[in-house]
Design a protein around this ligand. Sequence first.
Ligand SMILES: [Zn+2]
Length: 412
Amino acid sequence: MNIRFLGGAREVGRSAILVNDRLLLDYGIQSGQPPQFPEDVDPEAVVVSHGHLDHAGAVPSLLSGDARPSIHWTPPTRELALTLARDTLKLHGGTFRCPFTETDIQRVTQVSETHGYRETYEAAGHEVTFFDAGHIPGSAHVLVDDGETRLLYTGDFHTDDQQLVSATTARPDADVVVCESTYSDVEHEERSTVESRFVESVERTLWEGGTVVIPAFAIGRTQEMLLICERRDIPCYVDGMGKRITEMLQHHPTFVRDADALQRAKSHARFVTGRDGQRKRIAEQNTAIITTSGMLHGGPAMTYVPAIRSNPVNKIAMTGYQVEGTPGRDLLDTGSAEIDGRRMPVSARVQQFDFSAHADRAGLLEFIKSYRDETILVNHGDRCADFAAELRADGFDASAPERGDRWCWSDA
Ligand SMILES: [Zn+2]
């Protein structure tokens, strides 16, 4: 087997790995300023680990020429990837930020093949199997067997249960493991503690008569917040792309931890249409509002945040990591943020809660310890080389490939 790192090596974003020059694993976008894409490639087949932009965002561009590679994913990943593609086209179509057209997206639906967990299938001459990775609904570890070498590509994964999805438990036999390392130097606070602090904080603001805006990523985080609000009986609205994703996930009940709970959570929340100034009225209510975007660079949050910002009783409860350079990060660091081109001081309280969907250092080590005698290639992180060195010091055969690197094994 040989594998080549086309993106996502010693970085987060634009994940792409080519196996035996024929089978592509992921094809993501790094959505910075400007966005960055993986190397051009012409595979026979594509396997997508999960429906996040940095893993699936550039997939339609693989169909812009004459090539028609088959695309393999779980049913939710297919839906999420198509939703993201249409969103990218709507926001950036016709510019360099969107490397595909409506026609390319149509072609994706023609070559798509969906597979469940633990169902082995054939793709570009390889046996491929998905295992539940516990990151978001439909997320998979990808096992690739070319008859000589078994490669396990972890994709993004979580080793702790979330309300929406259960933790990864699968540790399939493999000779080579390409492992994500997003939080290789972070210890997450216990999930139940984060949840309790979050609930207390939201409830306190509601008791005081305030409004709580909860910026949340559309995929996974919005549903996680809905589930928590239902369990703890917190009145809430939901707005932005997360509404559509919630409805979509209801059609894939076997890919969430508790489909009945998701149904209850959806019924508990009020869905915002955004018509006739509805958002401005909601922002005056004594309620929680779960809304995109998670880092405050778009979506209905752009209406809610300015509407509630000047009252110190109100609160903005961040639910995810805020990337450097985003308005969300700016708000946390400076107490003001540039929203729709205007810098706005924010008197409302701002808090952050670490609801991660990735394994932390302990989780990564727990996963990797099942592969003590195998080759570990660390990717998808800001400190891949350091983490690989720490693994080597612990006796592992570990490395951190760079973008463009090629790795070969003649025999398992
Ligand atoms: Zn992800």
